[in-house]
Design a protein around this ligand. Structure first.
Ligand code: SIN
Length: 498
């Protein structure tokens, strides 16, 4: 697919440090190139800089040197550059979508949607850059003026996942730059090409050298890069989207220099269908939320609780819709579900399904790996699956499956549904469907989650605060709160006024 790019120069394979595209310095852990694979064909599509500690340090040096001048620009000046970047992202939308699909595997229509989704954060934070208001505080004693101003925290390290290679890095970099921070970013090892293309567009937009730096690294070399950033006291914030164990590691290891953290970690989202729900709307909402990106989304429902009075009707409708999903490579316009990111991902999905079946679940549809002739190409595919008679002892009730599998559990009272939904260390997204207005507020209040979908499956928006509670992390992305996370408050007290 990449040979159909309109602008071949968007395909960058080097690091971007101090305004220069450069190869990785020779690492203590050679070799210095990382293969990027198309998960639909398993072909290598590019070889990218595989960086080590030296590159990580050089990126911080550049970001640190660029910080004072960037911080001192007005919000409006920063906003103008972000708006130019936003326009360039939209202009290059088709090429960016091709790059996303080639390295991540999602269908092209979804990749185009991701470009718009990511761009919406850049536009939103361009607008917010001019609104970093502080407070004038009424003085408790005469003769003093008390003020609180917002300041950028400094150099930010952004560590991003593979599932939304454009949107996740955009929604970290854009608020950081808007707030006046400079950035060192490391994209996921599976999907560095989209990040590099996005950074090239930022370069074209005219961000000053050193404000935005990109360091790519393989899975093996990532700890070397991240350890440098964790230890360096010039890095004042880490923003990370990924697994809870890695988030905990970052929290522990950044304690030495007490960095600010935003951690968007794993979820185990419940999706509750009450007996009074509009079942067609609930099935539709579940299809939208569960099968986005083939189920590889932190906010995908992982456990579906259906009231026993509507269970069978709901499952029939759902299984019919799921069985009709078209699975295939991004290059096939009919594809609704692409390949999973890698073999490990399919192994986990398959382990969860086998475990569930061994513990008494029934497969209503799917339940197996897919390969030729069911699907074209050599990629890592799993059939969209509905499992019924799921229960809490199964692995898929405890861990995020991150794939196209819907386990359906039964419940018979509101209290039971809420208890089951909250019975997890995680608390990112949750969903429920009901037509009872008082139940809406009761249940929304009780769900332990940072995000609650009420009769709605599509929740994410640049204007809304995205983030979790419990072991799903802390900090928010998008919305006013998403900018606050890149600033600290400085209190000014002026005396001698009487
Ligand atoms: C994620 O999977 O981490 C993000 C999903 C979203 O932005 O909706």
């Amino acid at each position: 697919m990449l040979n159909t790019l309109q602008r071949a120069q968007l395909l960058r394979t080097q690091n971007f440090i101090a305004g220069e595209w450069q190869d990785a310095l020779s690492s203590s852990l050679a070799p210095a190139l990382l293969d990027v694979t198309d998960p639909a064909t398993l072909q290598t599509i590019a070889r990218v800089a595989d960086s080590g500690a030296g590159d990580a340090r050089a990126a911080v040096d550049a970001a640190h040197a660029a910080f004072p001048a960037w911080r001192d620009r007005s919000g409006r000046e920063r906003a103008q550059l972000l708006k130019r970047w936003h326009a360039l992202i939209l202009e290059n939308r088709d090429d960016l979508a091709l790059i996303i699909s080639s390295e991540q595997g999602k269908p092209l229509a979804e990749a185009r949607g991701e470009v718009l989704y990511g761009a919406s954060y850049v536009e939103w934070f361009a607008e917010e850059a001019t609104r970093t208001h502080g407070d004038i505080i009424p003085e408790p004693v005469r003769g003093k003026k008390l003020m609180a101003v917002k300041e950028p925290v400094g150099v930010v390290a952004a560590i991003t996942p593979w599932n939304f290679p454009l949107a996740m890095i955009a929604r970290k970099i854009a608020p950081a730059l808007a707030a006046g921070c400079t950035v060192v970013a490391k994209p996921a090892e599976d999907t560095p090409l989209t990040a590099a293309a996005l950074v090239m567009l930022a370069q074209e937009a005219g961000f000053p050298a050193g404000t935005l730096n990109l360091v790519c690294a393989s899975r093996e070399h990532t700890p070397e890069v991240v350890d440098v950033w964790l230890a360096d006291s010039r890095v004042r914030k880490i923003t990370f989207t990924g697994s809870t164990p890695v988030g905990k590691h970052l929290a522990r290891e950044s304690a030495g220099t007490l960095k600010k953290l935003s951690l968007e970690l794993g979820g185990n989202a419940p999706f509750i269908v009450f007996e009074d729900a509009d079942l067609d709307a609930a099935v539709e909402g579940l299809m939208v939320s569960k099968f986005r990106n083939g189920g590889q989304t932190c906010v995908c429902p992982n456990r579906v609780f259906v009231h026993t009075a509507v269970h069978d009707r709901f499952v029939d409708k759902l299984a019919t819709r799921v069985a009709a999903l078209h699975v295939g490579p991004a290059s096939d316009e009919r594809s609704q579900i692409g390949p999973m990111i890698n073999e490990r991902a399919v192994d986990k999905i398959d382990r969860h399904v086998r475990d569930a079946v061994a513990r008494g679940a029934r497969v209503a549809t799917g339940g197996r790996r897919l390969s030729s002739p069911d699907v074209s190409g050599a990629g890592h595919y799993y059939a969209p699956t509905v499992l019924v008679d799921a229960h809490t002892s199964m692995a898929l009730a405890q861990e995020e499956t991150f794939g196209p599998v819907v386990p359906v559990f039964r419940f018979s009272s509101e209290d039971e549904a809420v208890r089951l939904a909250n019975d997890t260390p995680f608390g990112l997204a949750s969903y429920f469907y009901t037509r009872d207005a008082s139940r809406i507020w009761r249940v929304a209040d009780q769900l332990e989650a940072g995000i609650v979908g009420i009769n709605e499956g599509a929740l994410a928006a640049e204007a809304a605060p995205f983030g979790g509670v419990k072991e799903s992390g802390y900090g928010r992305e998008g919305s006013r709160d998403g900018l606050e996370d890149y600033m600290h408050v400085k209190y000014l007290c002026q005396g001698g006024l009487r």
